[in-house]
Design a protein around this ligand. Structure first.
Ligand SMILES: *[C@@H]1O[C@H](CO)[C@@H](O)[C@H](O)[C@H]1NC(C)=O
Ligand SMILES: *[C@@H]1O[C@H](CO)[C@@H](O)[C@H](O)[C@H]1NC(C)=O
Ligand SMILES: *[C@@H]1O[C@H](CO)[C@@H](O)[C@H](O)[C@H]1NC(C)=O
Ligand SMILES: *[C@@H]1O[C@H](CO)[C@@H](O)[C@H](O)[C@H]1NC(C)=O
Ligand SMILES: [Zn+2]
Length: 328
């Protein structure tokens, strides 16, 4: 028992110390930013306006030091006991998705009001405003924005949330270093040769043929909830860092949450994104490789083993083993 107690308090002390270091690091990267807008004059497909040019085309803020996306090195993610579970409100609503739009850069789905997130170590409650996707060129050419241990996934879904006190005014939210909270989910090809799966992803992708051209949008009928689309993801396991919008003007106003589990979607559904929607009119190129390259690393945190019951259980097992060994 003594061994258990000293092990435990030692672990506690190192957690407290780590939390201190982390909060210092967090303060150092909180760069206040001003200005915003939905900007034009950038692209993904042409070297004259693609991401390597963004720092010159949009020096504030694409040339900043807190840019997203990043490559997440799982072994370097430090523990933070503040990263508790989220509360997702109305993520089970069947009428959450209102409109789907081809912006010329992505496919964006507007969300109904009253969909919110809180907890998850966020400083405030946030309203979920929209989600959109990033992809490569079919399931064989991956196009997630974040990478984990340099692995790029087929697609990435971003749910964009704005601090509730800003009432959906994202122009105001981007002036706050934690004004936006983005939830990133990796989409991976489902194993086996199922098609049209999951059914709700298939249903969502059936709207793509109605928004082939940039500027096209259409209403989404009820019947798809956010929970449906996030199926299979343990939303208590995630990485956290402070970053930016991944498109110009790259405002450094985003608390990033990148979930560890992936959403599994069948190949045919993934392929629909890169074979249906176009960047402008019918004669324009298909929308492919719509992701920004990874930016310099940031300090990443993840759930603390200090506060989970899994840890205590592990400690108990460990102490039993050690105790047993010492007895021999
Ligand atoms: C955890 O949250 C507390 C209370 O909000 C805060 O004081 C502390 O700095 C946070 N720790 C980290 C590591 O962010
Ligand atoms: C890229 O954009 C420039 C400037 O608009 C244009 O002149 C050029 O033809 C484009 N190149 C390609 C490969 O689309
Ligand atoms: C995307 O993939 C298709 C089919 O494999 C190929 O024909 C096309 O050239 C690719 N597009 C780009 C931009 O790589
Ligand atoms: C889609 O956009 C094109 C080009 O702007 C337009 O001509 C067409 O009417 C739109 N289609 C729909 C269904 O809105
Ligand atoms: Zn995005």
């Amino acid at each position: 028992m003594t061994a258990v107690r000293s092990l435990h308090s030692e672990k506690k002390r190192s957690c407290v110390k780590m939390n201190w270091l982390l909060s210092l690091a967090a303060v150092c990267v909180l760069v206040p930013s001003v200005h915003c807008a939905s900007v034009t004059g950038w692209c993904y497909h042409n070297t004259s306006c693609s991401d390597t040019k963004w720092p010159t085309l949009f020096p504030s803020y694409c040339a900043g030091s807190r840019q997203s996306p990043i490559n997440i090195v799982s072994a370097s993610a430090t523990a933070d006991s503040n990263l508790t579970a989220f509360t997702f409100t109305n993520y089970n609503s069947d009428s959450a998705l209102t409109k789907i739009e081809n912006t010329g850069k992505t496919v964006k789905i507007a969300l109904a009001s009253g969909i919110t997130i809180s907890g998850g170590g966020l400083p405030d409650p946030y309203d979920s405003l929209q989600f959109h996707l990033h992809w490569g060129n079919g399931s064989s050419v991956p196009g997630s924005e974040h990478t984990v241990n340099s692995k790029r996934y087929a697609m990435e879904l971003h749910i964009v949330n704005s601090k509730a006190t800003y009432n959906g005014d994202t122009a105001l939210a981007v002036t706050d270093s934690t004004g936006l909270a983005a939830l990133g989910f990796f989409i991976e090809e489902m194993s086996g040769d199922a098609t049209g799966q999951p059914a709700k992803w298939n249903l969502l992708s059936s709207y793509l043929s109605k928004i082939v051209n940039s500027g096209n949008s259409t209403a989404v009928a009820s019947g798809i909830s956010l929970d449906d689309l996030l199926e299979g993801v343990d939303r208590t396991k995630y990485y956290r860092y402070l970053g930016s919008l991944t498109t110009p003007s790259c405002n450094e106003a985003v608390v990033w949450t990148v979930f560890k589990d992936t959403i599994k979607v069948s190949k045919d559904v993934i392929d629909k994104f890169s074979t249906t929607v176009r960047i402008a009119d019918d004669s324009s190129e298909l929308m492919v490789n719509v992701f920004r390259s990874v930016q310099p690393t940031q300090s990443v945190t993840t759930q603390s083993s200090c506060s989970t019951s899994g840890y205590s259980l592990g400690l108990l097992v460990l102490s039993l083993v050690l105790g047993g060994v010492r007895d021999i």
